[in-house]
Design a protein around this ligand. Structure first.
Ligand SMILES: O=c1ccn([C@@H]2O[C@H](COP(=O)(O)OP(=O)(O)O[C@H]3O[C@H](CO)[C@@H](O)[C@H](O)[C@H]3O)[C@@H](O)[C@H]2O)c(=O)[nH]1
Ligand SMILES: [Mn+2]
Length: 772
């Protein structure tokens, strides 16, 4: 019999999707055949546009290679908290610092942050081992007020959750679907539950009221006086210990709760979320210095109260300890819009890509729902992990001037971290905490470069994860049942577009990063080759739009000028088979994930729309940055959910937002490329149909003319070109309706005007090449 104590705390189960592999390879072969055909026709008969077609299709083939290698060796992880607890006493578990970031009380309502924080405070983990740090990049007294109120409520909420073993510990979500008859036998539960609901309703009413009246400045006294005369981008550091847990050596208390608004000065680079994360790292390093960090965005909450134990299974496992740097839990969403009309729930993507990554060097760091080792964040690589013998001078160079921080960093690097037996008094560290959260502190230190969250991309998460993989660390997924964390995906098109745009820009920033480009990490670092291809898969979010947009332009050009886009003769069967197999294959993936064909279509359509609008704009934003015309900006995603206890079961039905999932537009230039593409297709169709009618009616002159300039586009190929164009029109159907609608459902006139001008220019250019 196996010795119980020698069992690993987690296991990786590898498996194969054999059928999927066959089809994936078949698609690759068809793509290669198509390329072969393109090369041959180009050699036989050089046409510039065919060269461009060849380039685009080569890129798509490369993209497909990235996709299949990423998904080739799937794996899942199973964690065993009971084994962990057999080996360790509760009191022997390591401390975990919890980081929450928020940055705008309007786009991210404080009641949402409160729910995130409450769900963290109530986790099933010894409370004297937890400390929750909230970074507020908006320096908002509202957020501070909301957290203060929340900590009062937490004193009742946390014991309630633990006593009745509540699963969902974000109160808004819990009360939206709690069944009071869940345990009818205990009248006590029913009573206490109703009391809690009353208290929560009260709390959310007070917070919402405060948000409505925006706490008038005359009331900025007492605890709030520090917020007087502060502006979002210009204020000193504000650190407030909202709750200090004085009950040491007892898991009954409430974890520390600390509010941090790092110093901001105009024109001083703040590095968005990465900057906020580093401020949290430094301040927590002074106060509790836990060896592990769990970071959660304010739009996610704990859904599995045991998640910290699951995370520790990987990080404390004897093998995991040596190899695994971080444990990523997936971003999953509750209250999904039916059939995913905006294509942002990424369920299928998650299923195949995530399990694929689990079989490689490990998942990318996703910015939220992730457990980190502090020493890895402090720059240690797996082979130095147990040494950590940096000189004091070097430490000072990297960690900055604060003696206290240098000392705490040395503790981390040498493996001596916080234990509850140490007499920690977090209030004592306030002064040095203020120092390390100031604007100038990081100047000429290693923060954002050698240590901490990396600066240089607005997708700091992927960049930071990459820098960790570069050192040779692995990462693991953690996917316990029930789901670890849930949140809400954006429910408006402009919001979702903004998010996609930011991701695309961020990816290209990473690709061109001197130190952490995936290429550099593979050649000069320890990024595995297959993992490199996986990173290229995600980098492609930024590059695909150039090729896809060019491809669409070529298609339109060919239709207008009556030239060949699709292969001619028997070779036409290659792209047809390719498309049919690809479509069927992806439909099957959806059905296998228990999703509808409608959802498949919505996701197909939205990927065209995101690539050619949002990601294309993201690419342009990067070009502007390279030309030093404008800098890239982290635009915060608007969170539209409702957090009162009566809602939240389903975003679509209950959040009083009639627009959830319907297509709305705004003035943003992000909609210009799509509208232009749509108008181009319509123009091409009209020109083609007029041309066909013209040639049918025996207009010989015209016919001869066309034949003279073009390479006789014969029947089927031309029908296929038209079908491609029709497919695009179908994808852009919501845009077509938008052209005729008004208000937020309509595409603004200025966008239509810009797009019409661009489309007109394009069509004129095409027709000129005919007559030229
Ligand atoms: O200057 C800033 C900007 C953002 N944030 C916080 O960053 C988080 C993520 O921002 P959000 O607007 O929700 O972006 P998403 O696109 O939803 O976030 C995804 O993508 C980001 C990178 O683009 C990652 O950082 C996130 O973790 C990941 O969930 C939120 O908690 C924000 O409060 C800050 O703290 N400071
Ligand atoms: Mn988010």
């Amino acid at each position: 019999m196996t010795n119980q104590t020698s069992l690993p705390f987690y296991e990786k189960h590898r498996f194969k999707y054999n059928f999927k592999r066959v089809i994936d390879v078949l698609i690759l072969i068809l793509l290669l055949l198509l390329l072969g055909y393109r090369v041959i026709s180009l050699v036989n008969n050089y046409r510039f546009h065919w060269l461009v077609v060849l380039i685009c299709e080569s890129w798509f083939t490369l993209g497909w290679i990235f996709t299949i290698t990423t998904q080739w060796n799937p794996a899942t992880i199973k964690t065993y908290p009971e084994r962990l607890l057999q080996r360790l006493q509760l009191q022997e578990l390591p401390a975990v610092d919890l980081f929450v970031t928020t940055a705008d009380p309007v786009l991210e309502p404080p009641i949402m942050t409160v729910n995130t924080v409450l769900s963290l405070l109530a986790m099933e983990y010894p409370s004297d081992k937890l400390a929750c740090y909230v970074s507020d990049d908006a320096c908002s007294p509202l957020t501070f007020y909301a957290l203060q109120e929340a900590s009062k409520f937490a004193k009742h909420w946390v014991p309630f959750c633990k006593k009745f073993n509540v699963q969902v510990r974000a109160p808004f979500k819990y009360f939206s679907h709690v069944a009071y008859d869940h345990d009818l036998s205990t009248q006590q539960f029913k009573q206490e539950c109703l009391r809690m609901k009353d208290m929560y309703d009260n709390l959310s009413r007070r917070i919402e009221e405060a948000c409505r009246t925006s706490i008038p400045s005359c009331r900025l006294d007492g605890d709030f006086a520090v917020f007087l005369n502060t502006q979002r981008d210009n204020h000193p550091t504000i650190i407030k210990i909202i709750w200090e847990n004085k009950e040491k050596h007892s898991s009954e208390g409430l974890p520390h709760l600390i509010y941090i608004s790092r110093e901001k000065k105009p024109k001083h680079p703040h590095h968005y979320k990465a900057g906020a994360m580093n401020a949290l790292t430094k301040v927590s390093g002074l106060m509790t210095n836990a060896p592990f960090i769990l970071n959660v965005d304010c739009d996610m909450f704990v859904n599995n109260p045991k998640i910290a134990l699951h995370g520790m299974c990987v990080l404390l496992d004897p093998k995991g300890q040596k190899e695994v740097a971080f444990v990523q839990c997936p971003q999953q969403f509750y209250g999904k819009l039916k059939n995913d009309p905006l294509g942002n729930q990424m369920v299928v993507l998650f299923k195949y890509v995530a399990s694929g990554l689990a079989g490689l060097q490990g998942p990318f760091y996703g910015g939220t729902n992730c457990f980190h080792r502090r020493k890895v964040i402090y720059g240690l690589s797996p082979d130095e992990a147990e040494k950590g013998n940096m000189s004091e001078k070097k430490l000072k160079q990297e960690f900055g001037a604060s003696k206290e921080l240098v000392k705490s960093a040395a503790d981390v690097l040498e493996g001596r971290t916080y234990s509850p037996n140490h007499d920690i008094n977090i209030s004592k560290s306030l002064e040095s905490a203020n120092q390390v959260a100031s604007c100038g502190y990081e100047y000429a230190t290693g923060w954002g470069d050698q240590i901490g969250w990396k600066y240089g991309s607005i997708t700091e998460d992927v960049l930071t994860g990459l820098s960790i993989h570069k050192k040779g660390w692995r990462s693991e997924f953690c996917t316990p049942e029930p789901i670890a964390f849930t949140g809400c995906a954006p429910i408006g098109l402009p919001t979702s577009m903004g998010q996609q745009k930011r991701w695309a820009t961020g990816m290209i920033e990473i690709f061109f990063n001197k130190k952490y480009s995936p290429l550099v990490c593979t050649i000069f670092g320890k990024l595995h080759f297959r993992q490199f291809l996986a990173y290229m898969w995600i980098m492609n979010w930024g590059f695909q739009p150039i090729f896809e947009a060019s491809y669409v332009c070529l298609l339109t050009y060919c239709i207008i000028t009556n030239s060949n886009f699709m292969p001619q003769g028997p070779a036409l069967s290659i792209p047809i088979t390719l498309v049919v197999i690809y479509m069927l294959h992806t439909i099957l993936e959806y059905l296998a994930t228990k999703l509808s064909i409608q959802e498949w279509w919505n996701n197909q359509r939205m990927s065209r729309i995101y690539i050619m609008n949002a990601r294309f704009s993201g690419f342009l934003a990067l070009i502007l940055k390279l030309l030093r015309i404008s800098n890239t900006v982290f635009d915060i995603t608007r969170k539209d959910q409702n957090f009162s206890s009566d809602d939240g079961e389903d975003c679509l039905d209950n959040n009083n937002n009639d627009d959830a999932g319907t297509f709305t537009f705004d003035e943003s230039s992000v909609f210009v490329p799509g509208t232009t593409i749509l108008l181009m297709q319509l123009a091409a169709m009209v020109i083609k149909i007029i041309g066909l009618v013209g040639s049918r009616s025996g207009n010989n002159n015209n016919n001869n003319n066309n034949n003279k300039i073009n390479n006789k586009n014969n029947g089927y190929g031309s029908v296929c070109d038209m079908l491609c164009s029709l497919y695009l029109i179908l994808c852009y159907w919501p845009f077509l309706r938008g052209i005729f609608r008004r208000g937020k459902y309509g595409i603004p006139f200025s966008t239509i005007f810009k797009s019409a001008t661009l489309a007109f220019l394009f069509v004129s250019l095409c027709t000129q090449t005919i007559s030229g």
